[in-house]
Design a protein around this ligand. Structure first.
Ligand SMILES: C[S@@+](CC[C@H](N)C(=O)[O-])C[C@H]1O[C@@H](n2cnc3c(N)ncnc32)[C@H](O)[C@@H]1O
Length: 223
């Protein structure tokens, strides 16, 4: 059994189904852990580079899994899997992969962007996916782990009553819970941005949002 780091453990906790595809599987450890723990019956690893493909093949040998060389969902057919994960990639890349074959994306997806999670949240809103769970896993950085379910065109209630810009950047469910970790990270980022002599337009906008969030945030859960 491979030892998953906290990031992939948080992802694994969100997955339980018949057939699961891990896009960008690299070492293949997520699928190995899901198969060995019985959380899935069958796994499909998708890779678009030779060395990671070989890594996945080696890790998954002897298990109920297939390893495919493909660009994202090009390696799957419609309805082939119950759920899919994309982990350890930037938000822009995750969205590009999801948008390339929208009809092949299963109803349940677990997405772990390393940066720009707001891209993933925007994709979900325009694609009819609702945010079911949102965690922060600690590691080299703080990693958001986002679970979505396709529910069609109705508005995602997760965003109700929130500052929309802040919810897109920092997560609607996290904004409602405001765990200590998120509160403290926002306070650290505010301090850092306030000290900068010159802010570009994106950083200035981000600082404005952080100021708004922190002035309204009770840091309720504090865990
Ligand atoms: C940083 S690694 C992350 C590995 C693993 N998912 C994790 O989170 O530990 C990203 C992997 O995604 C693969 N990848 C990137 N774009 C891809 C695409 N369009 N289709 C399939 N695999 C892709 C890369 O080859 C690489 O192995």
């Amino acid at each position: 059994m491979p030892r998953l780091d906290d990031r992939l453990k948080a992802v694994a906790r969100q997955i339980r189904c018949g057939t699961h595809a891990d896009i960008g599987s690299d070492h293949g450890h997520l699928l190995v852990a899901l198969l060995k723990s019985g959380r899935i019956r069958r796994g499909i690893a998708i890779e678009n580079k030779p060395q990671p493909l070989e890594n996945s093949s080696r890790s998954l040998r002897g298990l109920n899994a297939e390893v495919r060389f493909a660009d994202g969902f090009a390696g799957l057919s419609v309805g082939e899997v119950d759920s899919a994960s994309l982990c350890g990639l930037g938000g822009e890349t995750i969205v590009r992969i999801l948008d390339a074959f929208p009809d092949r994306v299963p109803d349940r997806v677990v997405l772990q962007p390393n940066r720009r999670p707001e891209w993933v949240r925007r994709w979900a809103i325009r694609s009819g996916f609702h945010l079911m769970d949102e965690q922060i896993a600690r590691g080299h950085w703080d990693y958001p782990v986002l679970s979505f379910q396709r529910l069609g065109s109705i508005t995602d209630p997760a965003y109700g009553g929130l500052d929309h810009e802040a919810a897109l950047l920092f997560g609607p469910l996290l904004m409602k819970r405001m765990p200590r970790l998120v509160h403290d990270r926002l306070a650290e980022e505010r301090l850092y941005l306030r000290k900068l002599q010159r802010l570009g337009p994106e950083s200035a906008a981000r600082l404005r949002v952080i100021e708004r969030v922190l002035s309204a945030a009770p840091a309720a859960e504090r865990s």
